[in-house]
Design a protein around this ligand. Sequence first.
Ligand SMILES: Cc1cc2nc3c(=O)[nH]c(=O)nc-3n(C[C@H](O)[C@H](O)[C@H](O)COP(=O)(O)OP(=O)(O)OC[C@H]3O[C@@H](n4cnc5c(N)ncnc54)[C@H](O)[C@@H]3O)c2cc1C
Length: 412
Amino acid sequence: MTYQPFLPEAAAGAISPRHVVVPLRRVLDRCRVVIGEATSIDHAKRTATITTLATEEEGTGGQRLTYDELVLAPGSVSRTLPVPGLADHGIGFKTVEEAIGLRNHVIEQMDIASSTRDPAIRDAALTFVFVGGGFAGVEALGELEDMARYAARYYHNVQPEDMKWILVEASDRILPEVGEEMGRYTVTELRRRNIDVRLRTRLDSCADRVAVLSDGARFPTRTVVWTAGVKPHPVLAATDLPRNDRGRLKCTPELTVEGTTHAWAAGDAAAVPDVTADEPGGECAPNAQHALRQAGVLADNIVHTLRGERLTTYTHKYVGSVASLGLHKGVAHVYGRKLKGWPAWFMHRTYHLSRVPTFNRKARVLAEWTLAGLFKREIVSLGSLEHPRAEFELAAGGKPPQDPPHNPKGSS
Ligand SMILES: Cc1cc2nc3c(=O)[nH]c(=O)nc-3n(C[C@H](O)[C@H](O)[C@H](O)COP(=O)(O)OP(=O)(O)OC[C@H]3O[C@@H](n4cnc5c(N)ncnc54)[C@H](O)[C@@H]3O)c2cc1C
């Protein structure tokens, strides 16, 4: 299980990638854990088809599992648009692989800029474009810019002001999760750091490694990070369960899938009615705040069903959000209280520390933060980990592998 709110800090090097994930086998020690991918579900027959590394090796095309109760919570994937060049050059920010890949990539760009004699290559290497001003985009940009600004002090010929960090957002505000006033503060704060925030602007193309924006601006760049929203996981289309027009599973407030028995859903993939909304018809937003709480109610309701008891209705009023904008910088709007700067950043850390599952992970993350306060920040790129056999292949007389294009989904 990946604790996604920690991905920006993992990208900044403040938390090791291992500590952003929770090992399911250890936590669910009374469950049979199958590491694999559900490719289709036939709920009428209570059967799921699963592919695993073993079934791939055997070439059997998958394994069938039958079940009594189905809990479907595959989350969401990046919502992309048909922007020319995006599939080839875009980088997503939903998985640990993407977060660490992006960190390595940013440091590598600084290395390229520092060693090239070609000003065009240097300029493109030091230009970083982020598309989408929600949680993921703003936090990833804030953390990485902060990390790169710090790293620049170790390069004799790269200054922070040589870098261009650009945030492109189609609407007229960013971070809607923290409210309008705090969203405006975030824009001012990012601009104060020399980050070019462009509201009411879209990315029209990033073909040939040039980001072309709807306001006419063109930026040669090797980094386009796509964080412009999410859509429900495509596996939902390979089920016989009802979905709404946005592709989420139609759910009841008790977290059953509408019109079915023995099927349950929660999290980003589930359209759960928001019973606290002022206007009827609203559904819970795709965020961890709902996903975690829904999981608890869902588990209790399965037990209630087995015991023939009444089901509990999921009800939770959104309490606001906290976001980190780099080391010691943040913004928060929680329970009506608005915080900026260091207090907001501290609240972000304490809140997420209280939420990350397992004592083991809490202790390790806290230890890392404490050590990071005592020592200097890590600025090393481990991009070569992506090709562990490269050196041996070269020694054995083969060709070194070429850099693969960035896979927007990351590896699975
Ligand atoms: C960078 C970032 C920062 C965020 N920050 C915040 C924040 O501060 N606050 C907040 O409330 N929310 C935040 N969110 C959103 C939050 O992380 C998600 O809303 C939440 O993780 C959704 O939980 P979920 O269980 O529905 O899905 P996920 O957490 O995505 O879990 C789904 C799991 O299902 C697995 N899966 C998918 N398909 C299959 C399949 N076919 N077979 C088997 N397994 C499958 C996936 O690998 C994954 O492990 C952030 C998201 C990102 C990307």
